[in-house]
Design a protein around this ligand. Structure first.
Ligand SMILES: Cc1ncc(COP(=O)(O)O)c(C=O)c1O
Length: 357
């Protein structure tokens, strides 16, 4: 008689809820921090030509050397630092956790932040310690450093700007946190294109700092490519955890072509930043809405009745993210991704109608 899943599957995995991706068919999709713009047709054609010529019968270059060289330029990675690529930054988070997951080892993060930090730590069999942010979503320097001293984390993740709050933490506080940490500190710069602030040039300053980036928010989320930059003494171990062909042939080719026309993605990011400013002003004009400033491609806002407002938007064909109930600091909070001007107008109209039915 075979044993049941209850006997075989680890307790902490059975206790997890799966990362939920709601069905967005036919909706204005403003829930997942995607770039709303497609690639222009000339670039799409150049990509098609590269894909046509691709040798998909062969395994990809396991080191993705050509792509890495291009990424070094595009992301201004210091020449003396190493690079490891992941199938999205999600995979890099997983590789980091697997590499440090000694029995009893701790991952530390601030809360609320990107949910995959906790989830992947749990999957890797590690203990996760979440230190609450201040109610205004700034980082709580004293409590965070005290928690580092108490728990001696092997790995710390800080999203800069933070998801879901959208703000950049104080760089001096982050420097103190990195200096206080006994293990690796990963500054996750997924939203760099919308923030313009970075720890990349500061890698040499801290022996335990790694900087993570992704092409997802820049407009290439479907390709799944993230990168980790830092010292060779850390990254050559992390690279051993990586599955050999984790970045497939088509991703390598298509990202390379897109980066040759980086100005297209940068123009789109600039349009998103301009729309973010307009959306923030409009949201702040709506009575009963408290909207937080953002350095990312989304805005967090608070309303008195988040659940019915979220449902009302959905009924009007607009999907955003409901964060109410996910953390005490997020009571009443919803998060909207910046879309095209038309999508944003649809969202704002639907929100105004939902607030005043
Ligand atoms: C802070 C942060 N890091 C990483 C990711 C995941 O990025 P990727 O698409 O590269 O896996 C997200 C996605 O929402 C995020 O918010």
């Amino acid at each position: 008689m075979p044993k049941s899943p209850e006997d075989i599957i680890r307790d902490e995995i059975r206790a997890l809820s799966a990362y939920h991706v709601p069905d967005s068919g036919g909706m204005v999709k403003l829930d997942a921090m995607e770039n709303p713009y497609r690639l222009p047709s000339e670039l799409a054609s150049a990509i098609a030509a590269r894909v046509t010529a691709a040798a998909v019968n062969r395994y990809p270059d396991p080191g993705a050397r050509a792509l890495k060289t291009q990424l070094r330029g595009a992301m201004q990675i210091p020449a003396d630092m190493e690079v490891v690529l992941g199938n999205g930054s999600d995979e890099l988070i997983q590789m980091l956790a697997l590499a440090v997951a000694r029995p009893g080892a701790v991952v530390l993060g601030v809360e609320p932040s990107f949910v995959m930090f906790r989830m992947i730590a749990t999957i890797a069999g590690m203990r996760y310690v979440g230190v609450p942010l201040n109610p205004d979503f700034t980082i709580a320097a004293g409590p965070t450093i005290a928690a580092i001293e108490q728990h001696q984390p092997a790995l710390i993740f800080i999203a800069y700007p933070n998801n879901p709050s959208g703000n950049l933490f104080d760089a001096d506080v982050l420097a103190r946190i990195i200096a206080a940490a006994p293990g690796i500190v990963v500054i996750d710069e997924a939203y760099h294109a919308f923030a313009g602030r970075t720890f990349m040039p500061r890698l040499a300053e801290f022996p335990n700092l790694l900087v993570m980036r992704t092409v997802s928010k820049l407009g290439l989320a479907g390709l799944r490519l993230g990168l980790l930059a830092g010292r060779e003494n850390w990254l050559h171990h992390i690279d051993k955890v990586r599955l050999p062909y984790n970045v497939n042939v088509l991703t390598q080719l298509v990202v390379a072509e897109a980066l040759e026309h980086r100005e297209v993605l940068e123009t789109q990011a600039a349009a998103i930043r301009a729309e973010r400013a307009r959306m923030l002003t409009e949201l702040r004009h709506l009575p009963g809405v408290e909207a937080y400033g953002s350095d990312a491609n989304f805005i967090l806002f608070r309303v008195a009745r988040a659940d019915p407002i979220f449902d009302g938007l959905k009924q009007r064909g607009v999907l955003i993210k409901n964060l109410n109930g996910t953390h005490t600091l997020l009571a009443g909070c919803l998060r909207v991704t910046i879309g095209t001007p038309g999508e944003n107008a649809q969202f704002l109209n639907a929100l105004a109608a939902t607030l005043n039915p």
